[in-house]
Ligand binder design. Structure first.
Ligand SMILES: Nc1ncnc2c1ncn2[C@@H]1O[C@H](COP(=O)(O)OP(=O)(O)OP(=O)(O)O)[C@@H](O)[C@H]1O
Ligand SMILES: [Mg+2]
Length: 252
């Protein structure tokens, strides 16, 4: 069994009066893939964003409870949120490269963290693009604009951009929902590769995808975490009837 990377205890989240997460408890394993599933509006993205404090950017959000990463409560006052987001990177649903070159997209994070050494940046760009399984496709056109890449390549570029600052944890919110089947497969293969070195938490609406790529799955419904289980178990013999109903397509 892997050690715990993220420990969530008694987590409640409110948007104004509305409670979007209800008393969530979860321990997420290091160097593994954890899938978050559940119907639209159940709180998957909200939960994912609590893990690197992206909800801080939304007005009227109130969060109670604890999220421990390496024994530090990420909501405590002494936490440097910039450093937290460096350690806990994020990839979004629609690929969102900056309107810059491929090279500059990947070098951006290290640069804002103060790195200017050209040789070191070159190394990071190559390593990150290799890590995102994109290097061979772009190595001869690093100066081209990133927006000229295909959607699938852009998404892998966004993964490379996240890897460039050497995170421990990668959060992915429906990273393949805008991609064609072949690009989706590439990202899925990449996730399998990345979990050797990173802890990955991924939201997906695609249950086959969750079953294929994750080690554990969390099923959310109306802000409650209904079931958190080994993926094989959750999809073959879930402990809860609501999970059974959801995975067999009876609602959601
Ligand atoms: N910025 C916000 N302000 C107010 N309410 C919000 C905000 N973001 C989300 N919510 C509400 O919180 C609940 C959970 O939303 P969330 O986006 O986390 O769901 P989700 O499971 O990711 O859904 P989807 O599968 O459609 O992406 C919903 O009722 C939503 O309307
Ligand atoms: Mg969402």
């Amino acid at each position: 069994m892997n050690p715990t990377a993220i420990s969530v205890k008694n987590l409640d989240l409110y948007y104004g009066e509305k409670q979007a997460l209800k008393n969530i408890h979860v321990d997420i394993d290091e160097r593994s893939v954890t899938a978050l599933i559940g119907p639209s509006g159940c709180g998957k993205s909200t939960f994912l964003r609590t893990l690197n404090r992206m909800n801080d950017l939304i007005p009227n959000v109130r969060i109670e409870g604890q999220i421990l990463i390496k024994d530090t409560d990420i909501y405590s006052d002494e936490v440097d949120v910039e450093m937290l987001r460096k350690r806990v990177g994020m990839v979004f649903q629609a690929p969102n490269p900056f309107p810059k070159s491929i090279y500059e997209n990947v070098a951006y994070g290290p640069r804002i963290h103060g790195l200017n050494d050209k040789k070191k940046l070159d190394e990071i760009v190559e390593r990150s693009l290799r890590g995102a399984a994109l290097w061979d496709e772009v190595k001869d056109r690093l100066k081209d604009r990133a927006t000229g890449l295909s959607g699938g390549q852009q998404q892998r570029l966004c993964i490379a951009r996240a890897l460039a600052v050497e995170p421990d944890i990668l959060l992915m919110d429906e990273p393949t929902s805008a991609l064609d089947p072949i690009s989706t497969l590439k990202v899925e293969e990449l996730v399998q590769e990345l979990k050797k070195n990173y802890t990955i938490v991924i939201v997906t609406h695609n249950m086959q995808q969750a079953a294929r790529i994750s080690d554990k799955t969390a099923f959310f419904l109306n802000g409650d975490l209904i079931e958190y289980n080994d993926t094989d178990k959750l999809f073959s013999n879930p402990d809860h009837q609501q999970t059974e109903e959801y995975i067999t397509g009876r609602f959601g």
